[in-house]
Design a protein around this ligand. Sequence first.
Ligand SMILES: NC(=O)c1ccc[n+]([C@@H]2O[C@H](COP(=O)([O-])OP(=O)(O)OC[C@H]3O[C@@H](n4cnc5c(N)ncnc54)[C@H](OP(=O)(O)O)[C@@H]3O)[C@@H](O)[C@H]2O)c1
Length: 327
Amino acid sequence: MVDASISTLTFLLPTGDIYDEEEIHQYCHLGCRIGGRGCIGHHPWRAGCPVCHQDARRLKKNIPMASRNSAEFKSRYGPWAVVTGASSGIGAEFSRQLAALGLNLVLVARRQERLARSKLELEAQHNIQVLTVACDLQHTEAVAELAAATAGLDLGLLVNCAGFAVTGEFTQHRIEDEVSLLHVDCRALMMLSHHFGKKFVARRRGGIINVASAASFMPLPYWAHYSAAKAYVLQLSEGLWFEMKKHGVDVLALCPGSTQTEFAQVAGTSMEGMDVKPVVSQAIEGLGRKIRVTPGLGNRVAAIIPRLIPRRLSILLGSQVVRPARS
Ligand SMILES: NC(=O)c1ccc[n+]([C@@H]2O[C@H](COP(=O)([O-])OP(=O)(O)OC[C@H]3O[C@@H](n4cnc5c(N)ncnc54)[C@H](OP(=O)(O)O)[C@@H]3O)[C@@H](O)[C@H]2O)c1
């Protein structure tokens, strides 16, 4: 009865993340990675595993921390990966961590000189090949360019990381900037997920990591369009997670909160942020095991607050999150 229902039911935990029964079972038996290394104490299944009902005291005795085995990761998501937004921040960190796992990389962004520098560094440090594709993802042709440039490669992983925000009142912005945001943050991500997702489904293995944001959890005045765009990314990714799972393809939505990159500067705001390393390592750790990864306890709490309070209050709270630095 339990086995038959594995993967068909999902649990919404207080962390704001959704897990299926199989994952809950894994976390109980291998040690929970949600609250950090070996954490098991504060989750709903502290009374024991809710799937097989094994006693919690027996589970606590042996809590190894799972980390990705590079050979296993490579055979599941390699040999080649595409990373968009690879010239800076979260995308650049994905490139470093995936290179360390032995994947060959296609690095995508507009700033060719940065991509070229990363190629030199990564090829010197790791035994991998790196291709660079300089293109502007706000244009539809860029997706076709990227598809052509990668046609001969055996790709197994797509990381859709390119994105940006514009800060301030929507009607005060140039419409061209808002359209560009829509095209880079949503349209390019959707088209690349379709192009590479189709290939992964045909070869019956692969993965897609879509970088959404903690901004996807509630409407954020002064980032109204950006938070809407990231809600689109989150919703699309979670739907694709279900559709592609049965074809052997893993989809993960990464929802970082404020992270130390060039993002705030580009967005015209200022904010404190998490270090980029754990943001990326948690995503890599979660691929194939989770539907969504929200790094940082505060961000996971922020994810559930909008579910508990009236919508109007949620918008009011959201209006305190983003402050245009140049206003
Ligand atoms: N940092 C945060 O606090 C935070 C929080 C939540 C979510 N995120 C999301 O994380 C992702 C990565 O952002 P980040 O924090 O790493 O910021 P970042 O340091 O500014 O990096 C953004 C990347 O996107 C690329 N990009 C932007 N516009 C592009 C375009 N038109 N065509 C091709 N590439 C483009 C940039 O490369 P070029 O400029 O060279 O083209 C750069 O590599 C974004 O989707 C962002 O929304 C960030």
